[in-house]
Design a protein around this ligand. Structure first.
Ligand code: NDP
Length: 257
């Protein structure tokens, strides 16, 4: 699998923590020769730490570029590719992972601000990133080649009370992903979606505005997945033979029914 990833340039959004960070490390471990990783998120200092961790572990066969990018800001996304050094622009794989959940509220109590930031990040951000990268893929022979790996959620398939907006954003990710795959059916561009269930990351803390005890209660009676569990699936999907599309994967802990 590592051989198939050799020479690839990979962009990961939300690479500063959780699933995105683990995915960066997993790509580097799987293909430690001749790989370029562009790690993006808002916290540039944390991205630099991730880059240093990777470099320490696998050496400089993997080149890592930390890049500060807020996917909810269209102007930052549209200038992203153009701002990359020339040798980093030939992108092969985009992992659209950046995402957040804001608040738990029943419909009458949803704050406009919370709703807007979730859509701007989880949906518009993902679509804008896709639009920024697709022209690079489309330039390749036979209608184009490359991988887009979108991180959805079980929440997009099974909405829960108090989470309607987050669930709606992830349902939108699924609809967008499925339609895009059909639009690109005659090309070598693979559109992949991975939908995690409960994964223990910073995400659970954010959900309760930093109240760790409430966040921990989410996992009562259930051993959550680790970010590494999801990272392994992402890298596995990217490392398949070109004709194999792992289109749609739901992955959750054994106890999460
Ligand atoms: P984390 O909170 O650990 O990671 C989220 C990442 O997204 C961070 O790196 C954060 O970086 C980044 N991010 C958030 N907002 C923006 C933004 N506007 N622009 C750029 N980057 C941003 O959570 P997870 O790793 O758990 O989440 C990753 C993905 O997995 C999300 O899409 C989430 O919806 C999905 N998911 C998570 C599940 C879980 O149980 N944890 C379950 C199902 C899906 P920074 O703050 O530095 O910008």
């Amino acid at each position: 699998m590592g051989k198939r990833l050799e020479g690839k340039t990979i962009v990961i959004t939300g690479a500063s923590s959780g699933i995105g960070r683990s995915t960066a490390v997993e790509f580097a471990r799987t293909s430690p020769k001749n790989l370029r990783l562009i790690l993006t998120a808002r916290r540039i200092d944390t991205l630099k730490e991730v880059a240093a961790q990777i470099q320490k572990e696998v050496g400089d066969g993997v080149k890592v570029l930390p890049y500060k990018l807020d996917v909810s800001k269209p102007e930052e996304v549209s200038s992203f590719v153009g701002n990359l050094p020339e040798e980093w622009r030939d992108i092969d794989i985009l992992v659209n992972n950046a995402g957040l959940v804001k608040g738990v509220a029943r419909a009458p109590d949803i704050a406009a601000e919370d709703m807007n930031i979730q859509f701007a990040t989880n949906v518009t951000g993902l679509v804008n990133m896709t639009q920024a990268i697709l022209p690079i893929f489309k330039k390749r022979p036979d209608g184009g080649a490359g991988d887009i790996i979108n991180i959805g959620s079980i929440a997009g398939r099974e909405p829960y009370p108090g989470g309607s907006i987050y669930c709606a954003t992830k349902a939108a990710v699924k609809a967008f992903t499925d339609a895009l795959r059909k639009e690109l059916i005659s090309t070598r561009i693979r559109i992949i979606e991975i939908d995690p269930g409960q994964v223990e990351t910073e995400f659970s803390i954010v959900r309760f505005y930093g109240d760790k005890s409430k966040a921990d209660a989410v996992y009562a009676g259930c051993e959550p997945l680790t970010p590494e569990d999801i990272a392994e699936v992402i890298v596995f999907a990217a490392g398949r033979r070109e004709n194999v599309v792992i289109a749609d994967t739901l992955i959750f802990p054994n106890h999460q029914a």
